[in-house]
Ligand binder design. Structure first.
Ligand code: ZN
Length: 246
């Protein structure tokens, strides 16, 4: 069977319309047998018909640390792999650099400065949400000159509030830290997607520019890798690249 790109990747409609950007989160069909990261990146580049000048990712550790690879710092290097340790959000304004994060239930957050062409990918599980990594990622973009009003955000496929039950102690910790976001905490069920939405709104991203994938990775384990559904090695690859100006 031959699959089309739309079977292999979930995308945000608003971001898909941007001519300078490629983005998406992979379904299981993209890579039915979990393999090596580099093979997956090559597969994705081929699917998009691009030859990236480099790849940008991190050794994710559920931190709230953010890395930004600026065009100027990238150009003098001859290396093509930009890999950050102990970091859970990676961004760049360099063209043709494939930026990626890997998740299985945690929330992939795409932050795209549509005016200045800066991209950021965030891995936000409960630790990331508690540490407000999406806020820190946005702040990193603003230090390079991004206005939050120019940011389009997409919360990709992740575990839904339906399936994300945590301990009473942890739910209490979220309630104490985010008393204004209580609608994202339903008893012991956390709505991680909504927490990221609220955090982004609280720092100036416009509600109309924040889009959320409805997919719950655990409910739709047929489509996505889900840690809580028992996938220990398969991961959803979320990636974006700024296409070079022709
Ligand atoms: Zn669910």
């Amino acid at each position: 069977m031959i699959y089309s790109l739309s079977d292999l990747l979930i995308q945000c409609e608003d971001l898909r319309r941007l001519p300078w950007l490629r983005h998406g989160s992979t379904t299981r069909l993209f890579n039915p047998v979990p393999g090596k990261k580099n093979d997956e990146l090559k597969l994705l580049a081929d699917a998009w018909g691009i030859t990236p000048a480099g790849v940008l990712f991190s050794h994710q550790r559920h931190t709230n640390n953010v890395a930004f690879l600026s065009r100027t710092s990238c150009e003098p290097h001859t290396t093509s792999s930009f890999i950050y340790n102990n970091t859970d959000a990676v961004g760049t304004d360099a063209e043709n650099i494939l930026a990626c994060i890997f998740t299985a239930d945690c929330v992939p957050v795409f932050l795209m400065d549509t005016k200045n062409r800066r991209i950021m990918l965030v891995h936000s599980g409960w630790r990331g949400a508690l540490g407000e990594i999406s806020v820190r990622a946005l702040q990193s973009l603003t230090t390079y000159g991004t206005d939050p009003a120019d940011v389009t955000a997409w919360i990709g496929p992740a575990i839904g509030v339906c399936c994300y039950e945590v301990s009473e102690k942890l739910a209490g910790e979220f309630l104490r830290k985010f008393p204004n976001f209580s609608e994202a905490i339903h008893g012991r069920h956390l709505d991680l997607k909504n927490l990221n939405v609220r955090q982004l709104e609280s720092c100036g991203v416009r509600a109309k520019n924040i889009h959320v994938s409805d997919y719950c990775t655990k409910c739709r384990n047929d489509l996505f890798y889900s840690y809580r559904a028992g996938d220990t090695s398969g991961r959803i690859l979320s990636a974006a690249v700024i296409l070079p100006d022709k």
